[in-house]
Design a protein around this ligand. Structure first.
Ligand code: ZN
Length: 483
């Protein structure tokens, strides 16, 4: 090659390096998010970047200029992976709207679960604002095996009668069937089925183990009182995990543990150091909520929780209960808030490196617990910003990466959630870290969180400038592959 053409080629190359459009800018994306503080807990990166999204997938993360059909300016806002709630009972449009306003892009019902996986998913297909998924539930399997009419929680035989061997076998078959149909996990509410023997629980863990499914367990007992403490109850399921090999996830550890919570967290940390696959979750409120008809309020509940009638609040009216109103409502059933925790316990749970954040939310026609609408904004506003109890990076890991990792062995698609990287699903929560705040209270639980400015679900904006968008249903099923 002669000298002059070579030089000319070099000039062209240098010119194109500086003046030609980069490949990012040549392309036009479906959605572009500019100038956001992009935080990814997997890579631990925290920097100002532009995102380009096409076909529901993150295609580029760059400092280059991008163009797209829709462009958002996220200057001053945090761009986080969308929050993944492993514990959301309410699974309809009313609930999904509250979740989205709180930054949640994936809401999973893994504690109670379902007895009919196919119809559960079919009911939500093309009708969901955010991503959804469910476990195969031991409670539902038990109610079916004992011929108790379907309900959210059992109050008859399924709560109070020991199962026969054939009934246990039938429950195992129900769980197997659900797992074969793509249930994400196996759910347990042992405190709601106190007559389920330890052997029965082991038999269910054995099924979960065969499918590589995590067991999401509401422990058999609450509080400190022995025998029958939350410590004993945690020993039961850590043993079950060790014996069977099933991964274990303990739900709402702070509401079950009460004053024993730091001890339970220590036990989980120690068990993890022995290579057991154990995780847990908490929500940022000093009261829980459940059905007053459930076995939790059987004789002796005051001693178990260390509380009295006045510490119960009837969700429908907001009234505190008395001996008389308790007896009256126990007959009819309904949701009741249980004020059994202290702020110290809740803070300890949120700060612990082993906990994820999960809401345990359920809203029915505007009635319920404020955790449904405010869990994530409350952690980010109160515990991160106001109290400095944990860093923003750690808090976001508990809301995104850790729940995704909990499920990804059985549900490989979760490897593309809970992260901001090229190829990941475009599920994003974009919020103002200076103003994000929960507005829902025990008196008025149906208040949207504030400060979440944009939410993206599979590349579609479901919240824009803080406003819920209507008549769009980009939510997709989160489901284990069906063989
Ligand atoms: Zn529970």
């Amino acid at each position: 090659m002669s000298r002059i053409p070579h030089f000319a080629l070099l000039v062209v190359q240098v010119f194109s390096l500086f003046f030609a459009p980069s490949s990012d800018a040549q392309r036009s994306y479906d959605l572009v998010i500019l100038n956001g503080r992009v935080i990814d807990p997997e890579s631990k990166s925290d920097s100002i970047r532009n995102l380009g999204i096409t076909n529901g997938t993150i295609k580029t993360i760059t400092t280059n200029k991008l163009s797209g059909r829709t462009v958002i300016d996220a200057r001053g806002l945090v761009v986080s992976p969308g929050f993944i709630d492993l514990h959301q009972h309410g699974q309809n449009d009313e609930n999904y709207r509250f979740k989205a306003m709180d930054g949640v892009t994936t809401a999973l019902e893994l504690e109670v679960g379902t007895g009919d996986v196919d119809s559960w998913y079919a009911q939500r297909e093309q009708k969901s604002l955010i991503n959804y998924g469910v476990s195969a539930g031991h409670i539902a399997a038990r109610m079916k095996a004992m011929r108790e009419p379907a309900a959210f929680l059992p109050s008859g035989d399924a709560a109070r009668r020991a199962a026969t061997d054939p009934e246990i076998r039938e429950m195992q078959e129900s769980l197997e069937q659900g797992l074969k149909r793509g249930a994400i996990a196996v759910g347990f509410g042992i405190q709601y089925t106190p007559s389920a023997s330890r052997w029965e629980i082991l038999e269910m863990f054995r099924v979960a183990s065969r499918f590589g499914a995590s067991c999401h367990v509401h422990l058999r007992h609450a509080g400190m009182k022995e025998p029958g403490s939350s410590i004993q109850a945690l020993e039961e399921v850590i043993s079950a995990a060790a014996i069977t090999g099933a991964p274990l996830h303990v739900v709402h550890i702070q509401s079950t543990g009460g004053p024993a919570t730091p001890k339970l967290l220590q036990m989980i940390t120690e068990a993890k150091s022995r290579k057991l696959d154990i995780t847990t979750e908490c929500y940022p409120y000093i009261a829980g909520m459940t059905d007053i008809k459930s076995a939790i309020f059987d004789e002796g509940w005051q001693e178990v929780f260390g509380i009295d009638y006045k510490d119960l609040q009837w969700a429908a009216t907001g009234e505190r209960l008395t001996k008389d109103t308790f007896a009256e409502y126990r007959k009819t059933g309904g949701m009741v808030a249980v004020f059994s925790m202290t702020e110290e316990i809740v803070t300890a749970a949120i700060k612990s490196p082993v906990t994820m954040i999960a809401s345990d939310g359920i809203m029915e026609r505007g009635k319920g617990h404020p955790r449904t609408a405010g869990t994530y904004s409350r952690v980010l506003g109160n515990y991160v910003r106001e109290q400095g109890a944990l860093t923003l990076m750690d808090a976001l890991a508990k809301m995104t990466l850790m729940p995704a990792q909990r499920l990804e062995r059985r549900v490989p698609s979760m490897k593309n959630k809970g992260r901001i990287r090229v190829g990941a699903d475009a599920d994003l929560a974009i919020f103002d870290p200076r103003s994000i705040v929960d507005k829902a209270t025990f008196q008025d639980p149906a208040k949207y969180a504030e400060g979440v400015r944009f939410v993206v679900v599979n590349g579609v904006l479901v919240i824009k400038d803080g406003q819920l968008q209507s008549n769009i249903y980009p939510g997709r099923p989160v489901r284990s592959p069906i063989n």
